[in-house]
Write a protein that binds this ligand. Structure first.
Ligand code: GLC
Length: 486
């Protein structure tokens, strides 16, 4: 495949219809908002899907799908809806013995009653870990942006934070700072061999703990509590250990790979461990060499004894930048890698969720022949327009925080982002704002894709907002902002 697409191939011609597209996207977005107990609380996952009358759950309010929705509402100053959303989720935080503290994957109001899914209603009956980890992040961003400190330090929120922390801050058999989860427990919610410590969950855990600390600090201002002080010390320590762990075991560059491949294996006992996970050099995939090039770097998908997952996951890597898990030079190494592998990651519909896809045999074995995740489709190498704003936000936030760092690279990144934006603008309205796209170039609408998918629509609007309407608002995505936004 040619490395560089021509303008025509990339479908990036600026469109004179920009304003009209944005206006109609805004209209669609307003239609996604739903009421619960009479108040607007968030968006349904999709406006339309092939079997609207069946029991598919795209008519529900998914916590993860509402992440861009809530951020978009925040930049518009529609704080009340965000607060309603956070409150409903908090009311639905599980209080039953075996799932105490867990937030629901999704909820819906039926006949005046709120029904939540903690996994017991989903295909495969897996609960989403990411929903619980996102809640404190959204809550902190809301408090930071709206200055509603009263909500942040309220007993209700603080209790929710403590219940959630109970799920994380406890001894485990592994004795590591990562959270162990089953396959399908995050955005990738169908089998993809992503059990163990998948990147997205661990980076979200980092963002979650960081946000919990900020929320607890709010409460600390108003009350003297030794228990809270101890909780803060423990959470900060956990956060520190988690970051060191991820940077040590997940971050790879061409340089680190050369060391890794020549490490000793089969090390027992107390001797200095150079290869804690006993990774054999044979498991390092050959495609990694060109992928990393000289100066690229990224966080690998998973680390498990003997079986690291070298696949590239767009969301976990973008969040690694946004949450400040990666250092500024590491973020630029990641940007170089994205630029170098643009034909894969962006292709015609930015951006690919996971690279490379598993081919037929591996797919059959590792996913149990999952019908949606066949090669080049859905989570297995599919393209999700909703993922672009995360990377776009990471690039623009980096530029805002480090305006004079590697101006050439950042110029190229911004040009790429601009072209990706045009690609979406030119294609999405025609493709009815589909959920995902199939094939190596991402040209075909996903075989089972829903149309008028909310996070496709709102992801585009959010990117439009930080590119065109108010670039300063990218600071909203900064979990660690020192100054408050107005
Ligand atoms: C699919 C996606 C999941 C999303 C849901 C609703 O199940 O895999 O990430 O939350 O659809 O859009």
């Amino acid at each position: 495949m040619a490395r560089h697409f021509s303008q025509e191939q990339l479908r990036v011609r600026p469109s004179s219809k920009e304003e009209a597209v944005v206006a109609s996207a805004r209209e669609h977005f307003e239609r996604t908002l739903v009421r619960v107990r009479g108040e607007v609380v968030g968006s349904v996952a999709a406006l339309e899907h092939p079997n609207k009358s069946d029991a598919a759950n795209y008519g529900e309010v998914f916590l993860r799908d509402n992440v861009p929705v809530m951020l978009y509402l925040l930049v518009q100053g529609r704080f009340e809806i965000v607060r309603n959303f956070l409150t409903v989720c908090l009311d639905l935080q599980s209080s039953t013995y075996q799932t105490r503290g867990v937030f629901p994957t999704s909820f819906v109001e039926q006949n005046g009653e709120l029904i939540a899914d903690y996994g017991q209603r989903s295909i495969g009956r897996i609960s989403s870990v990411d929903a619980s980890l996102w809640w404190p992040v959204l809550c902190w961003l809301y408090v930071q942006h709206s200055r509603d400190e009263e909500f942040g330090s309220s007993q209700k929120v603080q209790r929710g934070v403590q219940l959630l922390l109970d799920l994380v801050l406890h001894p485990t058999f592994e004795g590591t700072p990562v959270l162990f989860v089953p396959d399908c427990s995050f955005m990738i919610d169908r089998p993809m061999d992503v059990w163990g410590a998948p990147l997205e969950v661990e980076v979200l855990l980092f963002g979650c703990l960081r946000s919990c600390c900020q929320l607890m600090e709010l409460a600390q201002k108003n009350s003297m509590s030794r228990l809270l002080d101890q909780r803060l010390v423990l959470t900060r320590q956990w956060l520190h250990d988690l970051r060191s762990f991820l940077l040590k075991h997940y971050w790879v560059t061409s340089k680190t790979m050369q060391v890794l491949r020549r490490r000793p294996t089969e090390q027992y006992g107390d001797q200095q461990h150079e290869n804690e996970f006993n990774v054999q050099p044979q498991v390092v995939p050959p495609w990694l060499q060109d992928w990393l090039e000289n100066r690229g770097g990224y966080l690998i998908g998973n680390m498990r004894t003997g079986r690291p997952d070298f696949r590239f996951y767009s969301l976990g890597n973008s969040l690694g930048c946004l949450f400040g898990l990666l250092t500024a030079p590491q973020q630029r190494a990641l940007f170089r890698l994205v630029l170098h592998n643009r034909q894969h990651l962006m292709a015609q519909m930015p951006m690919r969720i996971c690279h490379p896809p598993m081919e037929v045999e591996e797919w059959a074995e590792k996913t149990g022949s999952d019908p949606k995740n066949w090669p080049w489709s859905y989570h297995n190498g599919g393209h999700w327009p909703s993922l672009l704003w995360y990377l776009g936000g990471a690039i623009l936030l980096h530029e805002q925080k480090h305006p004079s760092a590697d101006v050439l690279l950042m110029g190229q990144m911004k040009a790429m982002l601009e072209e990706c934006y045009w690609s979406q603008l030119n294609q999405l309205p025609r493709q009815q704002w589909a959920e995902y796209f199939d094939g190596p170039t991402g040209t075909w609408v996903g075989q089972q894709a829903r149309t008028y998918q909310t996070w496709t629509i709102v992801g585009f609007l959010l990117l439009h907002h930080i590119l065109r309407v108010n670039p300063d608002d990218v600071a909203l995505l900064d979990l660690h902002a020192s100054g408050r936004q107005g």
